[in-house]
Design a protein around this ligand. Structure first.
Ligand code: CIR
Length: 263
């Protein structure tokens, strides 16, 4: 059977809206260009579809500038989905907008009820375990609530700390196959990936760490030639996506979809 951490029947994405220029960002490096962002989003969705998956594309939510970063609203596993509780106040309402779509796909749908917080960008499912990084958006109480649900579903959860100044755990790492993680040296130095094969981002290309393995391809941001070469050399089928505008909002490849396996 194909691995549910790398092979998916479906993905869910949401279009960016005009309000995306007001999205959260750690540092103001200019406003994203909506037209270019939509073109990149089209290319991202087309690439997911080329692998044979069904991609559900939701309408933009103008009241929520960051709503295109759907990954933060839920964790999807073979047993069911868990609706998250974002640590950013302005993003909390996105979860209720995602819930009906996932309710139509999963029989078992759970909620992080709070008071803790947790965002999907801090969670990496490797197939054998669920790694969760505490961060400015994900706290110990949020992780504890997720752990109680995953105990029921039989998934071990390992908790760690996202490095200071890094938005999400997966800002700095990606799963390339069930045994292999792409990581910055900074994150890997914590020892959190002991037991996996780790490929380090070449120096100066750390911003390419947020990639996704989706069926037989790896989507990564364009503009990081040494990383792309390294992955190709390792035998991955690399697809480059323009991430210029999402990067201005601290977003990357994983943030733009929820990836799931349903019959
Ligand atoms: C935020 O700060 O929440 C958004 N501007 C970026 C979210 C990126 N999401 C992700 O890494 N999973």
């Amino acid at each position: 059977m194909s691995n549910p951490a790398t092979h998916f029947t479906h993905a869910v994405s949401r279009r960016p809206g005009a309000s995306v220029t007001g999205g959260l960002r750690a540092e103001d490096r200019g406003a994203p260009d909506l037209a270019r962002m939509l073109a990149a989003h089209d290319a991202y969705i087309a690439t997911l579809r080329e692998t044979g998956a069904e991609v559900i594309v939701l309408e933009a939510l103008e009241d929520y500038p960051d709503a295109l970063f759907v990954e933060d609203t839920a964790l999807c596993l073979p047993e069911g989905a868990v609706m998250m509780r974002p640590g950013a106040d302005s993003r909390m309402g996105e979860v209720a907008h995602m819930r009906p779509t996932l309710a139509g796909l999963f029989d078992d749908l759970r909620d992080i009820a709070g008071p803790g917080h947790i965002e999907g960008g801090d969670i990496l499912f490797t197939g054998r375990e669920v790694l969760v990084g505490r961060s400015a958006r994900t706290d110990a109480a949020g992780v504890a609530e997720l752990r109680a649900i995953l105990d029921e579903w039989g998934h071990p959860l390992r908790e760690m700390q996202t490095p200071d100044g890094v938005l999400h755990f997966k800002t700095d790492c990606s799963l390339l196959d069930p045994e292999t993680i792409l990581s910055t040296r900074l994150l890997d130095a914590s020892g959190c990936f002991d037991g996996y094969r780790v490929l380090h981002l070449p120096e100066g290309e750390e911003a390419a760490a947020n990639a996704i393995r989706f069926n037989d391809v790896v989507l990564m941001p364009d503009g990081f030639p040494r990383t792309a070469e390294m992955l190709e050399r390792e035998g991955y089928d690399v697809r480059l996506i323009d991430n210029t505008d999402c990067a201005l909002l601290d977003g990357g490849m994983s943030c733009l979809s929820l990836r799931l396996n349903v019959a």
